[in-house]
Design a protein around this ligand. Structure first.
Ligand code: GTP
Ligand code: MG
Length: 204
């Protein structure tokens, strides 16, 4: 496909990503202004690169006609939380919003992937207004803790280095590291609970 047409195709996705990032960052600000704890720590977004889209179409045998239906992560939002408990709170906020319609949930928190990957994914429908009129596009929201993000970021860059041929012993070590990340998340939640209990007993 011609590069000009690619950019045209990606335009509404760029708008969607920008809008959603602003909205989630604003939610963090709202919590801060109201002196409430924010389950959202960091927000980022990206539009999938043309090369990654082509690679995915090839890998999953997706035709041009099916592109926007089947490549659900052309628009991608990542929400990072401090604690595992925050993930459900963010998911709840998203479920209740009127401007995002949840199409599909991929819960890799309760069902960790074989690789050791953990994250809560929501595929949503999002409305944008373009020159040609209203459009409904798909977006993938990934919600994970700082620790899960640490693991996923490094595992992803190693996968890239090995180009899909990661030696089994490296796989095993990454799996073990994923277990450590789970333990770390649990320990951080436990520390937080202890601190909150101590605060509550001082108030009462
Ligand atoms: P792709 O993996 O994106 O081709 O799509 P899929 O339909 O198989 O969806 P899946 O839910 O498996 O993955 C969606 C996204 O989650 C990926 O694009 C990655 O960003 C992330 N992801 C899934 N599995 C892993 C993993 O094992 N390691 C890392 N680092 N990220 C993963
Ligand atoms: Mg995958």
């Amino acid at each position: 496909m011609e590069i000009r047409l690619w950019h045209e195709l990606l335009l509404p996705y760029e708008l969607a990503v920008k809008e959603m990032v602003i909205k989630f960052k604003h939610l963090k600000k709202e919590h801060r202004e109201k002196e409430l704890y924010s389950p959202i720590e960091q927000v980022s977004g990206r539009v999938k690169s043309i090369n990654s889209i082509l690679e995915k179409m090839q890998r999953k045998n997706i035709s041009w006609e099916e592109l926007e239906e089947k490549v659900e992560d052309i628009a991608g939002i990542r929400i990072i939380c401090q604690f595992s408990e925050d993930i459900e709170k963010v998911a709840d906020i998203i479920r209740k919003r009127q401007d995002m319609r949840v199409l599909e949930i991929k819960d890799y928190i309760t069902h960790m992937k074989e690789s050791g990957y953990r994250s809560y994914h929501m595929i949503i429908a999002y409305h944008v207004e373009t020159l040609e009129g209203p459009r409904e596009i798909k977006a993938e929201i990934q919600i994970r803790t700082l620790a899960m993000n640490f693991w996923a970021t490094i595992e992803h860059s190693l996968q890239y280095k090995y180009k899909g041929n990661m030696p089994p012993h490296v796989r095993t070590r990454l799996n073990n590291a994923a277990q450590s990340v789970l333990t770390l998340d649990e320990e951080m939640s436990s520390v937080r609970n202890e601190v909150m209990d101590a605060q509550n007993s001082m108030v009462h």
